[in-house]
Design a protein around this ligand. Structure first.
Ligand SMILES: [Zn+2]
Length: 465
């Protein structure tokens, strides 16, 4: 009785798992992905040769040119840049010479950042630290102190903090008095990379704005409160680039053998925030290197998917998913033919599975079984959701918004993403190689099987339909 039940279940399971890729090819994908993985190599190049890749920077453009050469070398076709927009002003931050420190009363090197699309210093700028005055009176009494000084800002809010209006007026007067710039403290030991791209060449920001981590800030203010003379020096090298700056995504393909107009997309955003220390390693060098390595693995074993597998390295993600949103608009007529979009943008952890509909499970289960056998300590599983996730803050959301199934891979593992994400710690040393091996192998097996399945991936039933 029991045996019979198992037999029936087995039959149901096998008919429910739709025909997928050729098993020999899948075995080769696993062997190549597990045995000869090069994801780490791609990531090293991305981080060390180019570093952070701010949208509108020449570093992003350089990295995109390099990635295109890689896709071509892996045997991809139709490798190209696809424009999604133009910005009036670009921004580059030098890779070396970034200095921020206190030289008196004690010597202390800072961990610091400045917003992107703001000016740097003209060389090393030494100056005395002066505390932000609480009123115009206080400023006027000590006006001579402000010329050539670094003004240390009070916290944004709290007891005894003057109103916005007072602070704005004081700031304007301090500018006129000739401060070199402002120094503010971070909320904790992380300094956050960010910036406002929405500027024009005619009205470029003028203030040098430095943020140091909390302990550095406390070292400055403790010394000031003890009436000690505090000397600071900063050499912040960054430049605006006169636009229009054309901004692109990178696209590459393995054309499908039977249904080339139907597409499975494997992707990650290539752009990153930047800071004096950040390399954009985990956000999102890792997702980019997984996308590249997926293409290499499929190319190396000469996989012949029935549908086209398209690799896309997005840009403008950090400022609002711009690259993927515009892609969805520009390709509106083709959205019916995009089976699935995989997005790797959760850091260095491994692909722990997907969130999606119950009806989609059979299209992924075989891949997950194969991968769980290959990487038994890094299990993948499916999380059933009644609807495709709408939010999510990465490029899959642009596709789910128009009904194309987009998956943000469930990053699982020991890496503490919050410590790294948009901070000075987003560097190569935070990457975990074993996870990149699994992720890129998972990308190759999953995309190949989806591209060879009997049908396109089921979609969420339309509302009211
Ligand atoms: Zn990201």
């Amino acid at each position: 009785m029991k045996r019979l039940t198992y037999l029936v279940l087995a039959l149901v399971a096998s008919t429910a798992s739709y025909a997928q890729g050729d098993p020999d090819t899948v075995a080769k994908l696993v062997e190549e992905g597990k045995g000869h993985n090069q994801a780490r190599l791609h990531l090293e190049t991305i981080c060390e040769q180019f570093g952070s890749r701010l949208t509108s920077s020449s570093y992003l453009e350089g990295a995109q040119a390099w990635a295109m050469e890689q896709f071509k070398a892996f045997g991809c076709q139709n490798v190209h840049l696809e424009k999604w927009g133009e910005w009036p002003v670009g921004f580059d931050r030098d890779r070396s010479g970034q200095v921020g420190r206190m030289t008196a009363p004690i010597r202390r090197n800072f961990q610091f950042t400045t917003p992107s699309w703001t000016p740097g210093t003209k060389g090393l700028q030494k100056g005395q630290a002066v505390m932000e005055p609480k009123s115009m009176d206080e400023l006027n009494k000590n006006k001579s102190k402000f010329k050539g000084a670094w003004m240390v800002m009070m916290p944004r809010a709290g007891e005894g903090i003057p109103t916005r209006e007072v602070r704005d007026a004081v700031m304007e007067a301090a500018r006129k008095a000739g401060i070199k710039g402002t120094v503010q403290g971070s909320a904790n030991e992380l300094v956050i990379t960010s910036g406002n791209y929405n500027i024009t060449w005619d009205k470029l920001p003028k203030d040098v704005r430095i943020t140091v981590r909390k302990s550095d800030y406390t070292a400055i203010t403790d010394a000031l409160n003890a009436n000690k003379k505090v000397d600071l020096e900063f050499d912040v090298r960054q430049q605006f680039r006169k636009g229009p700056i054309v901004i692109n995504n990178v696209v590459a393909e393995i054309p499908g053998t039977e249904k080339p107009d139907e597409v499975v997309i494997v992707s990650g955003h290539f752009d990153s925030w930047d800071g004096p220390m950040s390399q954009g390693a985990l956000d999102n060098g890792t997702g980019s290197c997984v996308t590249l390595e997926c293409a290499r693995i499929l190319g190396t074993v000469m996989a012949k998917p029935k549908r086209t597998i398209r690799f896309i390295l997005w840009s403008g993600e950090e400022q609002g998913l711009f690259g993927s949103r515009q892609y969805v608009k520009d390709h509106a007529a083709e959205m019916d033919k995009i089976s699935a979009v995989l997005v790797d943008d959760g850091g260095t952890n491994y692909w722990g599975g997907f969130v999606g509909l119950e009806t989609q499970i059979p299209f992924f289960q075989k891949s997950m079984d194969t991968l769980n056998e290959a990487f038994p300590t890094l299990p993948m599983k499916w999380r059933v959701s009644a609807r495709m996730p709408r939010g999510g803050g990465s490029d899959h959301a642009s596709f789910n918004a128009v009904g194309v199934p987009g998956f943000f891979t469930e990053e699982t593992g020991v890496s503490d993403y919050n410590y790294v994400h948009h901070t000075q710690h987003d560097r190569l040393e935070a990457a975990i190689n074993a996870y990149l091996v699994q992720s890129s192998t998972a990308a190759a097996v999953t995309s190949y099987n989806l591209a060879c399945a009997d049908q396109m991936l089921p979609r969420e039933p339309k509302a009211g339909g």
